[in-house]
Design a protein around this ligand. Structure first.
Ligand SMILES: [Zn+2]
Length: 127
């Protein structure tokens, strides 16, 4: 079956060389550049150097999303749960570890319904 000339023209106008397509490609390119610069900024944040003052070695970022329990002054009663980053020292004979990079607010707090569940996920605590 032969194609009608009008149909051919119509399909031709929706080819990938139209001005609309070029605009979309440009937008996509800008979007990709934006995504890449955000990724780079994130990498820089994670790569920021942390050094051990005990043995002068670099500390390694081993994990993000470490849950930390903040207690009341008694050091026992759970108060807040935070998410943070854990670092360990790369020094051959050093056991220094630290937890830093806390978020701007806690993940949960003692008056919230999900609090007890978050407390069970905590690996470290402080008061
Ligand atoms: Zn060390």
């Amino acid at each position: 079956m032969e194609k009608h000339p009008a149909y051919i023209r119509k399909s031709g106008s929706s080819s990938l060389s139209g001005p609309t397509t070029i605009k979309i490609i440009m937008k996509q390119k800008l979007f990709n550049e934006l995504v890449n610069s955000i990724k780079e900024a994130g990498k820089e944040l994670k790569m920021s150097k942390v050094i051990c003052t005990k043995c002068n070695a670099k500390m390694e970022h081993v994990r993000s999303g470490v849950y930390v329990l903040e207690t009341y002054e008694d050091g026992v009663t759970p108060y807040k749960v935070w998410s943070a980053d854990r670092y360990v020292c790369n020094g051959p004979e050093c056991d220094t570890e630290l937890v830093t990079g806390f978020g701007s607010g806690p993940i949960s707090q003692d008056f919230k319904e999900d609090f007890k569940e978050w407390v069970t996920k905590c690996e470290f605590k402080f008061r």
